[in-house]
Structures are given as structure tokens and as C-alpha cells.
Design a protein around this ligand. Structure first.
Ligand SMILES: NCc1[nH]cc(CCC(=O)O)c1CC(=O)O
Length: 320
């Protein structure tokens, strides 16, 4: 209590989008900040053009619209910090802002929600599976199970309703998003990364604030998990090196494990990645391991190896 009383009494202002997923993520982080630092946090809704118009537009405009609105608010000082889904952030570091924390990542995998509790393997040929993600579509097509991939858009709730309404047989979503909304048990299968590698950074959060506020950068740093930070750095450096955008059919996942080198304990990353053609007919799939503190070069060198094996040629292809 005395430590808290020493701090400025003003609550920290956490800028957030209004979507259910953003509010849930911000709420979790706000609670963690208060628990670990004793500082109160208030949520400040940031409304953008995308939020006030239709969800469809919000999706077309991409998450970029929201990310920049939150970042503008940070830079002009109308909020103190923001929480993003890390997979929605561009790979370039923003001027004037610091990635103060990458909290421990929960489950990074994709999940299937199918009718009648079915798994992917149980969905018969001709089943209609909805996803708006070229990465998910390409990997589903690569399985060659005869499913029809249907492009859909919308928030998590909207996408699940395609199945409950009977319009589609299944949809694929991030398990972490479902979990944050308290709907993880609606997944009928959590997809093995052997079949479906998640998006770089999937399941991880980014806690961002102005670099000029060094004491806030340090305060928020208590939320940081170095293993997760290294894992997502490797995944995102791979994506950047491939020069692939967030909508490219690229999957990447780095697992963190305790290893040993010359009798010394080291934390290791095991990075797996896929670049697929949109029709799933061709893919380059590779993996590499390396120490956590060389995460960036691990991602870069794996990308270089994938490019050497023709990855660039796959990314521009469209499904006829
Ligand atoms: N692109 C939308 C988006 N951004 C982050 C998540 C889920 C949470 C996460 O991956 O951290 C989702 C929904 C989804 O892909 O199903």
C-alpha cells in the first residue's frame, strides 16, 4: 500500500477498440497491470471510422486502421498505453513507440468450429469451411480433403454464426481469440500445427506506450515474458524477410524449450514455417532451431532458406 501511495494517484489510461475481442484483451491486461503494480487502469474507447461504419468495412480496411488510431492516441498523449493482437501489427517498428511488454502467450493454434462436433478429418468431401484468411485457406486446400473453402468476414461472433445457422459446415478461428471471449469450449478441434501453422504472432499480445515515458515503459515491463517475446520476434522477422504482408499465405510458429549447450542451460526456439500457394498445391515448409537470444537471426535465416527454395514464387499466386 505504501508503494502504491508513492505513485501518482491518477489511473493509467488504456486506449482500446470497442470490439468484444479488443475489450476482453484490454480488460485482461488492465487487471494484470493493477495486480502487479498496484496502479489503477481505466479503459478509454477509441472510435475509428471502421468502428462506426459496418464491420465489413472494418475488415476490408484491415486492422491497420485501428492500429494507427490507437498509435495516434498514444503519440498525442490522449491515452497512456494500448494493447494490440500482435499478429495484427505491421512488422516495422513504429517511430516514438515502445513494445513495453509481450505477455506470456496462451495457445497460439487455430481452432475448428464444426457442425455436430465434427473434426476436420470427419468433415466429408464437399463440406463448406469458412475463412477469410489466405493462410488458413491455403493450408486447408493443401490437405486435399475435398472441402470447399468459402471466403467469409466479420468478427468472431459473426463467423461462429455461419455454423450455428447452418450456412456453413465449419469455420477456422484463432483459439486465443475464442478463449479470450470465454468461448474456447465451442471449438470442436484444435488444429495440430502439423496441419495448420498459425499466423506469425498469433495468440500473443503487444503492450505499447510512448518511448518518451521511460518510467511507464519500465512499469509495463513487468508483464513481459522473454520467451514469448523471442518466439514472436523469430516469427515476425521471418515474415518481414519474406516481404509478405499480413494477408500472405505464411504460417510460422516458434516453440520455446529448455535446452543445453556445453553443459550450460539455454532457452531454445524451435521455429516451423510454411509458405503456400493460394490453391495449396505447392508449398515450402521448413524448420530450424536456435538460442532464444538469437531469435531475430533465426527467423531471418529460415526465411532466406525458404526463399532459396522458391517461396517467393508461391506468394503471388491466386486461386483461379
Ligand atoms: N485478424 C483478427 C484477429 N486478430 C487477432 C485474433 C485472435 C487473437 C490472436 O490471434 O491473438 C483475431 C481473430 C482470429 O484470427 O480468429
Amino acid at each position: 500500500m505504501s508503494r502504491m501511495a508513492d505513485m501518482t494517484g491518477k489511473p493509467l489510461r488504456l486506449g482500446t477498440r470497442r470490439s468484444a475481442l479488443a475489450m476482453a484483451q484490454s480488460g485482461h491486461v488492465a487487471a494484470a497491470v493493477t495486480e502487479l503494480t498496484g496502479r489503477e487502469v481505466e479503459l478509454v474507447e477509441i472510435t475509428t471510422y471502421g468502428d462506426t461504419s459496418r464491420e465489413h468495412l472494418a475488415q476490408i480496411g484491415g486492422t491497420g486502421v485501428f492500429v494507427s488510431a490507437l498509435r495516434d492516441a498514444l503519440l498525442e498523449g490522449s491515452v497512456d498505453f494500448a494493447v494490440h493482437s500482435l499478429k495484427d501489427l505491421p512488422t516495422a517498428d513504429p517511430e516514438g513507440l515502445s513494445l513495453a511488454a509481450v505477455p506470456l502467450r496462451q495457445d497460439p493454434r487455430d481452432a475448428l468450429i464444426a457442425r455436430d462436433g465434427l473434426t476436420l478429418g470427419e468433415l466429408p468431401a464437399g463440406s463448406r469451411i469458412g475463412t477469410g484468411s489466405p493462410r488458413r485457406a491455403a493450408q486447408l486446400r493443401a490437405l486435399g480433403l475435398g472441402h470447399e473453402i468459402v471466403p467469409i468476414r466479420g468478427n468472431v461472433d459473426t463467423r461462429i454464426k455461419f455454423v450455428t445457422s447452418g450456412e456453413l459446415d465449419a469455420v477456422v478461428l484463432a483459439k486465443a481469440g475464442l478463449a479470450r471471449l470465454g468461448r474456447a469450449e465451442e471449438a470442436t478441434e484444435v488444429l495440430d500445427p502439423l496441419q495448420m501453422l498459425p499466423a506469425p504472432g498469433q495468440g500473443a499480445l503487444a503492450v505499447e506506450c510512448a518511448s518518451s515515458d521511460a518510467s511507464l515503459v519500465e512499469l509495463l515491463g513487468v508483464l513481459d515474458d522473454p520467451g514469448t517475446r523471442g518466439a514472436v520476434l523469430a516469427e515476425r522477422m521471418l515474415l518481414a524477410e519474406l516481404e509478405a504482408g499480413c494477408s500472405a499465405p505464411v504460417g510460422a510458429l516458434a516453440d520455446v524449450s529448455a535446452g543445453e549447450s556445453d553443459g550450460e542451460e539455454v532457452t531454445e526456439l524451435y521455429l516451423r514455417a510454411i509458405v503456400a500457394s493460394a490453391d495449396g498445391a505447392h508449398s515450402v515448409r521448413l524448420s530450424a532451431t536456435g538460442p532464444l537470444d538469437e531469435a531475430a537471426s533465426l527467423g531471418r535465416s529460415l526465411a532466406a532458406e525458404m526463399l532459396a527454395r522458391g517461396a517467393a514464387g508461391l506468394m503471388g499466386e491466386r486461386v483461379p
